[in-house]
Ligand binder design. Structure first.
Ligand SMILES: Cc1cc2nc3c(=O)[nH]c(=O)nc-3n(C[C@H](O)[C@H](O)[C@H](O)COP(=O)(O)OP(=O)(O)OC[C@H]3O[C@@H](n4cnc5c(N)ncnc54)[C@H](O)[C@@H]3O)c2cc1C
Length: 368
């Protein structure tokens, strides 16, 4: 039902992002949104990424801010922000990364000082996707030993936004650096309670972010496979089309398998989240890792089959390669995810083994 709506939402979003219903896809109907589940939102992300991974990155971060407000916002915060986030008159951005806090987000150094009636923030956030356009930023900071999440508005005193240099992948993601100098915000901008910002608010938003990136990577992988197939049919060398060459067929087959695996992993993860499956978080990690690697593999095959044309800077296949690289870095880099997935695999193994233990007796698995 929902996936039937995805192409329409994606087309609308690609044409006019800031006036599109896709921005409110995760927002409850009571606030003017569509209240899609994870599977529906994933499909929209995939379909947009087929055409523009940069635009899809707006759906990722805007969705993360919506999600945080729905889950952790006060009634007043939800009333104030969700209707405008849903209709696109306000764009949300996610400001976690800093110079010293990349994959290890515990190293954030932005400070929040409590003053009568509010907070004063100081720090510098890097790589803020669509930060050049956003009206509200979900900022993570520290107050003493506790972390906290604060909604900062573009027009708050002490907010300075600088466009960041373009990255080679997701080059139209309108990245910004968000500098906070004596930035004063009222007390009611605090989201959730101090001490739970990284472990709950950021972690929950990152789960959605990872799912969006996984679906985006699947979309990119599918587009790259189409480009590879098209090229293999159109380009004639050695007395026929490229696809008749056996080693080319190997490239096509591997890319096709990568796309299929991305599809299966993404759908499994989204369904698990929608159904509250106890292993859903592990499925999301697997989907993000598998789909981003699928994107890398399919993009590399497409670029290889385009020969010199695939090396032309800014060409469509060159952009596939660069965009896929970003998917392996953002929302948990590939090596970090491997580490987390190994943890999950061990936990599942231990869980299964512990359940089997009473009947397996002394010969059963030794777990520990
Ligand atoms: C296009 C783009 C958009 C972005 N948008 C946002 C945004 O909207 N908001 C935001 O807050 N941030 C954003 N970021 C930042 C992004 O989240 C970080 O780049 C990411 O967290 C990785 O941090 P880092 O680049 O500092 O790499 P580092 O943390 O320095 O890692 C570098 C490399 O070290 C290895 N490594 C790191 N940790 C481990 C580990 N635990 N185990 C094994 N190997 C490891 C990996 O190979 C990794 O690629 C964006 C970045 C890009 C490029």
């Amino acid at each position: 039902m929902i996936t039937g709506l995805a192409p329409e939402l994606a087309a609308e979003f690609t044409d006019r992002p800031t006036a599109a219903r896709a921005l409110g896809a995760l927002v409850p109907r009571a606030y003017g949104g569509l209240e899609l589940g994870y599977a529906g939102y994933g499909e929209v992300n995939r379909t947009v990424a087929e055409r523009s991974p940069s635009r899809q990155s707006l759906l990722t971060v805007h969705g993360m801010v919506c999600r945080a407000l729905v889950r952790w916002g006060s009634a007043r915060q939800r009333d104030e922000y969700l209707p405008r986030l849903a209709d696109g008159s306000l764009l949300g951005a996610f400001a976690l990364s800093e110079e010293a806090a990349g994959s290890d987000v515990r190293r954030i150094a932005t400070t929040a000082r409590e003053v009568p009636g509010g907070w004063v923030l100081d720090g510098r956030k890097r790589w803020v996707t669509f930060g050049q356009e956003a009206g509200v930023f979900l900022v993570f900071a520290r107050t003493g030993t506790r972390d906290l999440a604060v909604l900062v508005r573009r027009d708050d005193p002490g907010v300075h936004l600088q466009p960041a240099p373009r990255t080679s992948g997701l080059r139209d993601a309108r990245l910004a650096e968000l500098v906070l100098r004596e930035c004063r915000v009222p007390a009611d901008r605090l989201l959730g309670r101090p001490g739970a910002a990284l472990s709950h608010i950021a972690a929950d938003a990152l789960t959605l972010g990872r799912l969006c990136v996984a679906f985006g990577a699947w979309g990119l992988a599918g587009a790259a496979l189409s480009a590879a197939l098209h090229r293999s049919i159109e380009r004639h060398q050695f007395d026929g089309p490229l696809h008749r060459l056996q080693l080319v067929r190997g490239l096509l087959a591997d890319a096709a398998v990568a796309v299929d695996s991305a599809q299966l992993l993404c759908r499994r993860a989204a369904t698990a989240l929608d159904e509250g499956d106890e292993w859903a978080l592990g499925h999301v990690l697997t989907a993000k890792l598998g789909a981003s690697r699928a994107a890398t593999a399919a993009a590399a095959a497409a670029a290889q089959l385009h020969g010199a044309a695939g090396l032309a800077e800014g060409s469509r296949v060159d952009r596939f390669v660069q965009d896929a690289r970003v998917f392996e870095v953002i929302e948990g880099n590939t090596q970090l995810l491997q580490d987390l997935i190994a943890d999950q695999a061990l936990a599942r193994f231990r869980d299964h083994a512990a359940r089997a233990l009473p009947s397996t007796g002394p010969e059963g698995h030794h777990v520990g």
